[in-house]
Write a protein that binds this ligand. Structure first.
Ligand SMILES: CC(C)(COP(=O)(O)OP(=O)(O)OC[C@H]1O[C@@H](n2cnc3c(N)ncnc32)[C@H](O)[C@@H]1OP(=O)(O)O)[C@@H](O)C(=O)NCCC(=O)NCCS
Length: 304
């Protein structure tokens, strides 16, 4: 399945699965996922859909991919239909979202053709690390220090949930979600910056950076290493103090200190405050991920 996803990513210029799906495939997940496999007549694995039906708030979500050489044979449509059937069994409202990475035109055509509408837009923004980076200006009484695995886990989960209370995915990360990532080869506590109150050590915000395509793992990656603003969060109590800008800048300086020349991040297009912050700090739109939502008609007494 990962080889299939890689082949599609190379062809489309956008990797078709999100990070948490890849983590599920490699390590197994805490919640049961439905894996739908499509085989061509010669028996070869030609398509894959990952379906997560555990989100009771937003409804089920799926990501799917068909091998570039096996497209336009109805496999994509069959995978979406199968996902719709599974969803109907577990959710009387039949809610389902499809994520398309890279906003590939085939995804829109497939989704709209099956009665889905565009729902959410996730931007990838990028910034050169050669462009000037100001000194981070921390609010009075706030200090920065690296994350300490074990000691900071619980406080981080709490502040993350508060910072992302309105965010569909990020706000629900649990200790397990955190520790899964701490066990990944890219995890680097030095690049996971915490902003704490100097008086009592209380966590006020954080900037977790991530390096993709680390030079140490050169052979696994086909692109130049790039730094990511992986998760940036500020406790609502500390909003409006300039901490978000200071944390962003501090993390970017850390990434530049590693010798990286570019940084990227994902942000919801509707998160205007965050998009404005990143734009002010020199980020620009690079690519777009779109989610499509199934339009579910109210169940009526007449048979269909
Ligand atoms: C989107 C994707 C899964 C479609 O797979 P597929 O097996 O080629 O899809 P199907 O053959 O079932 O096509 C179903 C319909 O979608 C539309 N469609 C699919 N690809 C299209 C394209 N390149 N251009 C225009 N319409 C397209 C057509 O209406 C098609 O019906 P038709 O062939 O009868 O005209 C595949 O292109 C893919 O893996 N893309 C990259 C990953 C991705 O974007 N995933 C998210 C999907 S929401």
């Amino acid at each position: 399945m990962l080889a299939l996803a890689q082949a599609a990513g190379d062809t489309d210029g956008a990797y078709p699965l999100s990070e948490h799906v890849v983590l599920h495939l490699r390590h197994g997940g805490d919640a049961p996922a439905v894996h739908l496999l499509a085989r061509d007549h010669d028996g070869a694995l030609a398509g894959y859909a990952h379906l997560d039906t555990t989100d009771e708030v937003e409804g089920a979500a799926a990501e799917l991919v068909v091998h570039p050489l096996r497209r336009r044979r109805g496999l994509g449509r069959a995978l979406v239909r199968a996902a719709m059937e599974v969803t109907d069994e577990v959710d009387p409202r039949g809610r389902l979202r499809l994520w398309a990475h890279g906003d590939h035109p085939s995804a829109g055509a497939l989704a709209l053709g099956l009665g889905f509408v565009r729902a959410r837009v996730l931007l990838q923004m990028r910034r050169s690390l050669f462009a000037p980076l100001l000194e981070p200006r921390l609010p009075e009484g706030v200090a920065l220090r690296p994350f300490r695995p074990g000691a900071d886990d619980e406080a981080w989960v709490r502040v993350n949930a508060r910072a992302f209370a309105d965010h569909p995915d990020q706000g629900r990360w649990t200790l397990r979600d955190l520790r899964l990532r701490m066990a990944e080869p890219w995890f680097d506590p030095e690049g996971f910056l915490l902003a704490v109150d100097e008086r009592d050590g209380r966590l006020l915000g954080f900037h977790w950076t991530k390096v993709h395509g680390d030079r140490g793992h050169h052979h696994e990656h086909q692109h130049e290493p790039i730094g990511e603003v992986y998760v940036l969060g500020v406790d609502p109590d500390a909003h409006g103090t300039g901490l978000g800008s200071a944390l962003t800048t501090a993390g970017l300086r850390y990434l530049r200190g590693l010798g990286l020349d570019q940084a990227m991040l994902y942000v919801d297009e509707s998160n205007v405050r965050a998009v404005a912050l990143y734009t002010r700090l020199g980020f620009a739109r690079w690519s777009t991920d779109v989610s499509f939502r199934r339009v579910v008609h109210p169940v009526t007494a007449t048979s269909r």
